[in-house]
Design a protein around this ligand. Structure first.
Ligand code: ATP
Ligand code: MG
Ligand code: FE
Length: 354
């Protein structure tokens, strides 16, 4: 089927078009620049930017794919999780298109859609997802490890952050170090000049009381926490300031990054090993991080897990992943969503299509 997918859960307005498992267009407009002076995504600004960008992004995606709305067999939209106001813009646009064209509309889970990029022909898996698949999603809004038995119907959340997302921690620590938003790329660059062993920052939720055992996993065996790490960095900066010493920003950036990447990869791989998942897909904006890629590859290789990292344009939020997942849901014979569905900012991963 020819499917048009709309994404608006955070600060990217995305429209993607696929024919079955073939990618035809993936147009993205981001409001990131408008959030720079606030040091993080401001929901109201993101929502307004989606309103401005929706029609131009749609028009450009159709032109790139060389198709018209009449040609499209089905529409799809991210219905959650994400920022409520931002989701609302995409959902309203999709419903308006569905009513105007009479085409069926599929409400799609954003997190599962990140895994949907693996369905694309020239993507990392060449069109068909492997069995025993885990997905590690690391972005500004999410840090999650999923088990994907059947992407259209059987997805399970194995672990997630209990406070900040990893990307959010990068952005907050960058701010403490006087670096511009978004902090991820800046810290990634700066860390290359620093010593990752200069400071031993905490690895959240790794103490025995949180871990349990493989037979009886602890309450947070596969979960993450980054708020203690952020506080430790803040204290480190304060101590240098109080002592009148220059803040060793490169060493702090490198040590912070090592703490994040160490705990993200170790817990993800633990979850994969203990659930017999022999394939791992990496997604989300933090997948751009050079050290995360390096250590994930190293530890996956050591654990006998095959790692796949999609191109960056498909790791960050986009409409193509929404269209790709919807196409698969359609090919599985599922019915479209009722047009009365509402966006759900905390949609669970078990709901692939509402
Ligand atoms: P969502 O959480 O809904 O997927 P988002 O907009 O919050 O979306 P993305 O756009 O996927 O997240 O990614 C943005 C995040 O990725 C920011 O927090 C940014 O700091 C981080 N990031 C980008 N490049 C890097 C990098 N090289 N190293 C670390 N973090 C990075
Ligand atoms: Mg974003
Ligand atoms: Fe996302």
């Amino acid at each position: 089927p020819l499917v048009l997918g709309i994404e608006s859960s955070c600060d990217e307005t995305g429209v993607g078009i696929v024919r079955g498992t073939t990618l035809l267009a993936n147009t993205v407009s981001t409001s990131m620049d408008e959030h720079v002076r606030f040091g993080g995504v401001i929901p109201e600004i993101a929502s307004r930017a989606h309103l401005d960008a929706m029609v131009p992004t749609l028009t450009e995606a159709l032109a790139t794919a060389g198709v018209t709305l009449e040609d499209v067999d089905a529409l799809a939209v991210t219905s959650g999780p994400g920022l409520a106001g931002a989701l609302m813009v995409g959902v309203c646009a999709a419903k308006a298109l569905a009513v105007a064209t009479g085409k069926p509309l599929y409400a799609i889970n954003h997190l599962v859609a990140h895994v949907g990029v693996g369905l694309l022909d020239d993507g990392v898996y060449g069109g068909a997802l492997p069995e025993d698949l885990g997905a590690l999603l690391v972005s500004g809004g999410h840090t999650e490890i999923l088990r994907v038995r059947n992407i259209a119907s059987d997805v399970e959340l194995l672990g997630s952050t209990i406070d900040d997302a990893a990307g959010e921690a990068y952005d907050k620590v960058a701010r403490l170090l006087g670096l511009a938003y978004p902090g991820g790329p800046a810290i990634d660059r700066l860390a290359k000049e620093g010593d990752p062993r200069a400071f031993r920052f905490p690895r959240g939720l790794t103490q025995p009381k949180y871990m349990g055992s493989p037979e009886a996993p602890g309450p947070h065996r596969y979960d993450w926490s980054f708020s203690g790490l952020k506080t430790a960095v803040a204290r480190c900066v304060e101590q240098h300031d109080a002592a009148g010493k220059p803040v060793p920003v490169a060493d702090i950036a490198a040590s912070f990054q090592e703490a994040v990447v160490d705990v993200v990869t170790s817990k993800a791989i633990l979850a994969c090993r203990e659930h017999g998942l022999r394939n791992l897909l990496l997604g989300g904006g933090v997948a751009a991080n050079s050290r995360l890629r390096e250590l994930t590859a190293e530890r996956c290789a050591a654990a006998g897990i095959s790692l796949a990292v999609p191109p960056f344009s498909l790791c960050t939020d986009n409409g193509a992943m929404v269209a790709a997942l919807a196409a698969r849901v359609i090919m599985d014979g599922r019915s479209p969503s009722e047009l009365s569905f509402a966006p759900d900012s905390s949609l669970p991963v078990t709901t692939v299509s509402a």
